[in-house]
Design a protein. Structure first.
Length: 287
Protein backbone atom coordinates (compact mmCIF):
# COMPACT_ATOMS: atom_id res chain seq x y z
CA UNK A 1 0.00 0.00 0.00
CA UNK A 2 1.22 3.48 -0.84
CA UNK A 3 1.32 5.97 1.97
CA UNK A 4 -0.73 9.11 1.55
CA UNK A 5 -0.13 12.36 3.39
CA UNK A 6 -3.38 14.22 2.87
CA UNK A 7 -3.35 17.56 4.64
CA UNK A 8 -5.47 19.46 2.13
CA UNK A 9 -7.96 17.87 -0.28
CA UNK A 10 -7.60 19.20 -3.79
CA UNK A 11 -9.26 18.62 -7.14
CA UNK A 12 -7.24 20.55 -9.74
CA UNK A 13 -4.38 18.63 -11.37
CA UNK A 14 -1.69 20.16 -13.60
CA UNK A 15 0.66 17.74 -15.34
CA UNK A 16 4.31 18.76 -15.57
CA UNK A 17 6.94 16.42 -17.01
CA UNK A 18 10.69 16.44 -16.67
CA UNK A 19 12.05 12.95 -17.39
CA UNK A 20 15.64 12.69 -16.29
CA UNK A 21 17.35 9.85 -18.15
CA UNK A 22 19.41 12.02 -20.53
CA UNK A 23 22.12 13.54 -18.34
CA UNK A 24 21.42 17.24 -17.69
CA UNK A 25 18.40 16.90 -19.96
CA UNK A 26 16.93 20.22 -18.80
CA UNK A 27 20.23 22.13 -19.10
CA UNK A 28 20.04 23.09 -15.43
CA UNK A 29 23.80 22.78 -14.84
CA UNK A 30 26.41 24.71 -16.86
CA UNK A 31 30.18 24.50 -16.94
CA UNK A 32 31.67 27.62 -18.47
CA UNK A 33 29.77 28.49 -21.64
CA UNK A 34 28.33 24.98 -22.18
CA UNK A 35 25.72 22.90 -20.37
CA UNK A 36 27.41 20.20 -18.28
CA UNK A 37 27.72 16.90 -20.20
CA UNK A 38 27.09 18.67 -23.51
CA UNK A 39 29.43 20.07 -26.19
CA UNK A 40 28.84 23.11 -28.41
CA UNK A 41 30.92 25.00 -31.01
CA UNK A 42 31.63 27.69 -28.39
CA UNK A 43 35.18 26.53 -27.71
CA UNK A 44 35.91 26.75 -31.44
CA UNK A 45 34.20 30.09 -32.08
CA UNK A 46 34.97 32.00 -28.89
CA UNK A 47 38.33 33.11 -30.32
CA UNK A 48 36.35 35.06 -32.93
CA UNK A 49 34.13 36.63 -30.28
CA UNK A 50 31.19 34.39 -31.22
CA UNK A 51 29.00 32.27 -28.94
CA UNK A 52 26.30 30.16 -30.61
CA UNK A 53 24.90 28.45 -27.48
CA UNK A 54 23.91 30.31 -24.30
CA UNK A 55 22.03 29.69 -21.08
CA UNK A 56 18.40 30.90 -21.20
CA UNK A 57 17.10 31.80 -17.72
CA UNK A 58 13.84 33.61 -18.52
CA UNK A 59 12.14 31.74 -21.36
CA UNK A 60 12.18 28.14 -20.09
CA UNK A 61 9.83 25.16 -20.26
CA UNK A 62 10.64 23.71 -16.83
CA UNK A 63 13.20 24.26 -14.11
CA UNK A 64 15.51 27.26 -14.01
CA UNK A 65 17.27 27.11 -17.40
CA UNK A 66 16.92 26.06 -21.00
CA UNK A 67 19.45 26.18 -23.86
CA UNK A 68 19.36 28.85 -26.56
CA UNK A 69 21.01 28.02 -29.90
CA UNK A 70 21.55 30.79 -32.47
CA UNK A 71 23.08 30.48 -35.95
CA UNK A 72 25.79 33.15 -36.04
CA UNK A 73 28.38 34.17 -38.67
CA UNK A 74 32.07 33.41 -38.11
CA UNK A 75 34.32 35.07 -40.70
CA UNK A 76 31.25 35.39 -42.93
CA UNK A 77 30.18 31.74 -42.63
CA UNK A 78 26.97 30.84 -40.76
CA UNK A 79 27.73 28.53 -37.81
CA UNK A 80 24.69 26.75 -36.30
CA UNK A 81 24.10 26.60 -32.61
CA UNK A 82 24.75 22.92 -31.85
CA UNK A 83 24.54 20.80 -28.72
CA UNK A 84 25.71 17.19 -28.63
CA UNK A 85 26.66 14.60 -26.05
CA UNK A 86 29.48 13.62 -28.42
CA UNK A 87 32.55 15.57 -29.52
CA UNK A 88 32.56 18.35 -32.14
CA UNK A 89 35.49 18.33 -34.59
CA UNK A 90 36.57 20.46 -37.54
CA UNK A 91 36.52 17.57 -40.02
CA UNK A 92 33.78 15.24 -41.26
CA UNK A 93 31.64 13.79 -39.75
CA UNK A 94 32.07 16.81 -37.40
CA UNK A 95 30.40 15.05 -34.45
CA UNK A 96 31.95 11.87 -33.05
CA UNK A 97 31.19 9.59 -30.13
CA UNK A 98 28.45 9.82 -27.55
CA UNK A 99 27.73 8.32 -24.14
CA UNK A 100 27.17 4.70 -22.98
CA UNK A 101 23.65 3.42 -23.61
CA UNK A 102 22.30 -0.13 -24.03
CA UNK A 103 18.51 0.09 -24.57
CA UNK A 104 16.26 0.35 -27.64
CA UNK A 105 13.82 3.24 -27.02
CA UNK A 106 10.82 3.94 -29.22
CA UNK A 107 11.08 7.75 -29.28
CA UNK A 108 13.30 10.74 -28.60
CA UNK A 109 11.28 13.68 -27.23
CA UNK A 110 11.61 17.13 -25.73
CA UNK A 111 10.27 20.67 -25.80
CA UNK A 112 11.35 23.43 -28.17
CA UNK A 113 10.68 26.91 -29.59
CA UNK A 114 11.98 27.94 -32.98
CA UNK A 115 12.33 31.06 -35.12
CA UNK A 116 13.86 30.13 -38.50
CA UNK A 117 15.56 32.58 -40.85
CA UNK A 118 15.31 32.41 -44.64
CA UNK A 119 13.82 28.93 -45.10
CA UNK A 120 16.13 27.31 -42.55
CA UNK A 121 15.14 24.36 -40.35
CA UNK A 122 16.14 23.02 -36.95
CA UNK A 123 16.73 19.37 -36.19
CA UNK A 124 17.04 17.04 -33.21
CA UNK A 125 18.50 13.58 -33.69
CA UNK A 126 19.51 10.54 -31.66
CA UNK A 127 21.64 7.73 -33.13
CA UNK A 128 22.35 4.36 -31.52
CA UNK A 129 25.70 2.66 -32.25
CA UNK A 130 27.65 -0.40 -31.25
CA UNK A 131 31.41 -0.18 -30.88
CA UNK A 132 33.10 -1.88 -33.82
CA UNK A 133 29.91 -2.17 -35.88
CA UNK A 134 29.85 -0.52 -39.30
CA UNK A 135 26.13 0.29 -39.32
CA UNK A 136 23.90 2.43 -37.12
CA UNK A 137 21.58 0.25 -35.03
CA UNK A 138 18.80 2.82 -34.70
CA UNK A 139 18.15 6.42 -35.63
CA UNK A 140 15.56 9.09 -34.78
CA UNK A 141 15.34 12.57 -36.29
CA UNK A 142 12.94 15.50 -36.05
CA UNK A 143 13.08 18.58 -38.29
CA UNK A 144 10.95 21.72 -38.44
CA UNK A 145 11.05 24.77 -40.73
CA UNK A 146 8.10 26.70 -39.28
CA UNK A 147 8.03 29.24 -36.48
CA UNK A 148 7.06 27.71 -33.12
CA UNK A 149 6.25 30.53 -30.72
CA UNK A 150 5.48 28.53 -27.56
CA UNK A 151 7.26 25.53 -26.07
CA UNK A 152 5.97 22.51 -27.97
CA UNK A 153 6.67 18.80 -27.63
CA UNK A 154 8.69 17.29 -30.47
CA UNK A 155 8.79 13.55 -31.12
CA UNK A 156 11.28 11.61 -33.22
CA UNK A 157 10.52 7.89 -33.50
CA UNK A 158 13.42 5.44 -33.81
CA UNK A 159 13.89 3.32 -36.91
CA UNK A 160 15.98 0.20 -36.29
CA UNK A 161 18.14 -1.43 -38.96
CA UNK A 162 19.81 -4.07 -36.76
CA UNK A 163 18.49 -6.33 -33.98
CA UNK A 164 21.48 -5.71 -31.69
CA UNK A 165 21.45 -3.64 -28.53
CA UNK A 166 23.64 -0.53 -28.82
CA UNK A 167 26.42 0.52 -26.47
CA UNK A 168 26.40 4.24 -27.37
CA UNK A 169 23.87 6.99 -27.98
CA UNK A 170 24.75 10.19 -29.83
CA UNK A 171 22.37 13.16 -29.58
CA UNK A 172 22.63 16.25 -31.80
CA UNK A 173 20.51 19.40 -31.50
CA UNK A 174 20.99 22.12 -34.16
CA UNK A 175 19.44 25.52 -34.82
CA UNK A 176 20.03 25.17 -38.59
CA UNK A 177 20.30 22.88 -41.55
CA UNK A 178 23.99 21.92 -41.20
CA UNK A 179 24.42 21.93 -44.98
CA UNK A 180 22.80 25.32 -45.59
CA UNK A 181 22.68 27.24 -42.31
CA UNK A 182 21.09 30.70 -42.28
CA UNK A 183 22.25 33.40 -39.87
CA UNK A 184 19.70 34.40 -37.27
CA UNK A 185 17.83 31.11 -36.77
CA UNK A 186 17.03 30.73 -33.06
CA UNK A 187 16.20 27.46 -31.28
CA UNK A 188 15.40 26.97 -27.60
CA UNK A 189 15.28 23.45 -26.14
CA UNK A 190 14.42 21.97 -22.75
CA UNK A 191 13.37 18.75 -20.99
CA UNK A 192 14.73 16.12 -23.41
CA UNK A 193 13.91 12.46 -22.81
CA UNK A 194 13.66 8.97 -24.29
CA UNK A 195 10.50 6.90 -24.13
CA UNK A 196 9.13 3.43 -24.84
CA UNK A 197 10.72 0.37 -26.39
CA UNK A 198 12.91 -1.53 -23.95
CA UNK A 199 13.02 1.43 -21.55
CA UNK A 200 11.17 0.88 -18.30
CA UNK A 201 8.86 3.75 -17.41
CA UNK A 202 9.88 3.48 -13.76
CA UNK A 203 13.55 3.44 -14.80
CA UNK A 204 13.69 6.57 -16.93
CA UNK A 205 10.54 8.49 -16.04
CA UNK A 206 11.13 8.62 -12.31
CA UNK A 207 9.80 12.14 -11.83
CA UNK A 208 7.39 12.11 -14.74
CA UNK A 209 4.11 13.17 -13.15
CA UNK A 210 4.31 16.04 -10.70
CA UNK A 211 1.67 18.65 -9.94
CA UNK A 212 2.42 21.77 -7.87
CA UNK A 213 -0.48 24.19 -7.35
CA UNK A 214 -2.00 26.69 -6.97
CA UNK A 215 0.41 29.07 -8.65
CA UNK A 216 0.34 31.92 -7.63
CA UNK A 217 -0.16 30.71 -4.05
CA UNK A 218 -1.12 32.43 -0.80
CA UNK A 219 -0.77 29.98 2.10
CA UNK A 220 -0.80 26.26 1.26
CA UNK A 221 1.15 24.81 -1.66
CA UNK A 222 -0.20 21.44 -2.84
CA UNK A 223 2.01 18.72 -4.32
CA UNK A 224 0.84 15.61 -6.14
CA UNK A 225 3.65 13.11 -6.64
CA UNK A 226 2.42 10.44 -9.03
CA UNK A 227 5.33 8.04 -8.97
CA UNK A 228 6.65 5.18 -6.87
CA UNK A 229 9.78 3.17 -6.25
CA UNK A 230 11.71 5.94 -4.50
CA UNK A 231 13.28 6.08 -1.11
CA UNK A 232 12.80 9.37 0.75
CA UNK A 233 11.75 12.46 -1.21
CA UNK A 234 13.18 15.89 -0.38
CA UNK A 235 11.00 18.94 -1.06
CA UNK A 236 12.86 22.25 -0.78
CA UNK A 237 11.85 25.86 -1.43
CA UNK A 238 14.52 28.36 -2.50
CA UNK A 239 14.46 32.13 -2.81
CA UNK A 240 15.48 33.76 -6.10
CA UNK A 241 18.99 34.25 -4.68
CA UNK A 242 19.36 30.55 -3.91
CA UNK A 243 18.66 30.57 -0.16
CA UNK A 244 16.80 27.51 1.13
CA UNK A 245 13.77 28.77 3.06
CA UNK A 246 11.74 25.57 3.49
CA UNK A 247 12.46 21.85 3.47
CA UNK A 248 10.47 18.71 4.19
CA UNK A 249 11.41 15.04 3.80
CA UNK A 250 8.59 12.76 2.66
CA UNK A 251 8.57 8.98 3.21
CA UNK A 252 8.69 6.48 0.35
CA UNK A 253 5.41 6.16 -1.53
CA UNK A 254 4.03 9.61 -0.66
CA UNK A 255 1.43 10.68 -3.21
CA UNK A 256 -0.11 13.85 -1.83
CA UNK A 257 1.05 16.52 0.58
CA UNK A 258 0.67 20.22 1.30
CA UNK A 259 3.36 22.67 2.34
CA UNK A 260 2.54 25.70 4.51
CA UNK A 261 4.34 28.77 3.08
CA UNK A 262 2.22 31.37 4.85
CA UNK A 263 5.29 32.78 6.61
CA UNK A 264 7.23 33.50 3.40
CA UNK A 265 7.41 36.99 1.98
CA UNK A 266 5.67 37.79 -1.29
CA UNK A 267 7.74 37.14 -4.40
CA UNK A 268 9.19 34.41 -6.59
CA UNK A 269 10.50 31.09 -5.27
CA UNK A 270 11.68 27.77 -6.68
CA UNK A 271 10.31 24.44 -5.47
CA UNK A 272 12.75 21.55 -5.89
CA UNK A 273 11.69 17.91 -5.54
CA UNK A 274 14.53 15.40 -5.37
CA UNK A 275 14.94 11.68 -4.77
CA UNK A 276 18.40 10.25 -5.24
CA UNK A 277 19.85 11.75 -8.43
CA UNK A 278 16.42 12.61 -9.85
CA UNK A 279 15.41 16.27 -9.57
CA UNK A 280 12.45 18.46 -10.58
CA UNK A 281 12.27 22.25 -10.19
CA UNK A 282 9.35 24.64 -10.68
CA UNK A 283 9.05 28.40 -10.23
CA UNK A 284 6.16 29.64 -8.05
CA UNK A 285 4.84 33.06 -7.06
CA UNK A 286 3.89 33.79 -3.43
CA UNK A 287 1.16 36.42 -3.09
Amino acid sequence: MKKTLLFVVFATVCLLSNAQFITNNGFETWTGSDPANWTSPNSLTSGFGVTTVTKETVDVYAGLNSAKLVTTPVLGTPVPGILTNGTITLSAPYVNGGVPFTDRPASFKGYYKYTPAGGDFCFMSAALFKTGASDTIGYAQFTNLATVGAYTLFQADFTYSLPDNPDTIQIIISSSNPNAAVNGSVLKVDALYLEGGTLGISKYHLLNNISIFPNPVNDMLNLKLNFEGFNKINVSVYSVVGQKVKEVILPKGTEICSLNIRDLNKGLYFVQIQSGKEKFTQKISKE
